[in-house]
Design a protein around this ligand. Structure first.
Ligand code: SAH
Length: 268
């Protein structure tokens, strides 16, 4: 039992892992807003947009702990220590994470670490960026004419681990599953080569950068052109790659004059 625990085994402070959604503050849940308003300390990922932080109290301490791929980042161990230390001091800590805390957000690791120290932890869902990316293009990920499910997968392997088995995933996708690939743009060439082993080159794809944010851009093409498209259009992180038959027709729609596209955002 931790020294700062009160009788009953609960520490004075607590931590809430809050999903900040894909960026548009209007996509926050009411629960997320309530937790943000109640926080005395906020630890904020760099994928969290400033609009979300508007809901924090003036008196709250905001600590940016970004760790976007390629940029200088705060080590995960430090973030976990800081959260624990603040909670043990009695603070109401909110850990704000982009999208949903439990979708590639390391929320599970953080929860385990905190609970091991007797710290009360709760989790608030957020809209994960993969869902927001598809909806921003008016694409239903499980349109029943084309798909009976969705695979959320990371294109970025854990430092130590192997990368996803793209040919196997492609075989699953060929049976009617839409692929929603996070953190994939940097690995687009190898991902494309792997997927082409079991999916036709003409399979529709889309890449959506900054989904739900004012600077959102997207581009559509086919699997055989994935890496080329990303390079030509200079699409970078944070972006979602969507692959599957549910995207059919999107490329033709993007080719229409903008006035006929019903408000769909396009690569400039
Ligand atoms: N927990 C987050 C994912 C964290 S992993 C979620 O549920 O969305 C980080 C990856 O998420 C990025 O590399 C990118 O692939 C994706 N991502 C996060 N925000 C995004 C956004 N607004 N638009 C497109 N992709 C985004």
């Amino acid at each position: 039992m931790n020294e700062s625990m009160q009788p009953g085994g609960v520490t004075p402070g607590n931590v809430t892992l809050v999903g900040a959604g894909p960026g548009d503050p209007e996509l926050l849940t009411l629960k997320a807003i309530r937790a943000i308003r109640a926080a005395s300390v906020l630890l904020v990922d760099d994928l969290v947009s400033d609009g979300v932080l508007r809901y924090a109290r003036r008196s709250a301490r905001i600590v940016h702990v970004g760790k976007r791929g390629g940029c200088a980042s705060t080590p995960q161990a430090f973030i976990e220590k800081l959260m624990a230390a603040e909670a043990l001091k009695g603070e109401r800590v909110v850990r704000l994470k982009g999208g949903d805390p439990f979708v590639f957000g390391r929320g599970g690791e953080e929860m385990q670490h905190l609970r091991a120290q007797g710290i009360a932890v709760s989790v608030v869902n957020g809209i994960t960026s993969g869902l927001a990316a598809a909806t921003s293009l008016d694409v239903p990920l499980t349109h029943r004419d084309h798909a009976h499910g969705v695979i959320l997968v990371t294109g970025h392997a854990k430092e130590s681990g192997a990368s996803p088995d793209w040919p196997t995933l492609a075989a699953a996708a060929a049976q009617g599953l839409t692929l929603v690939i996070y953190m994939g743009v940097a690995q687009a060439a190898s991902l494309q080569a792997g997927l082409l082993q079991a999916l036709p080159a003409q399979t529709p794809i889309a890449v959506v950068q900054h989904a739900s944010q004012p600077q959102q851009r997207h581009a559509t093409s086919t699997l055989g052109d994935l890496a080329g498209l990303i390079e030509r259009e200079q699409l970078g992180s944070p972006a979602i790659i969507l692959v599957g038959e549910v995207l059919r027709g999107l490329q033709a729609r993007d080719a229409l004059p903008e006035s006929l596209q019903m408000g769909v955002s396009r690569v400039a």
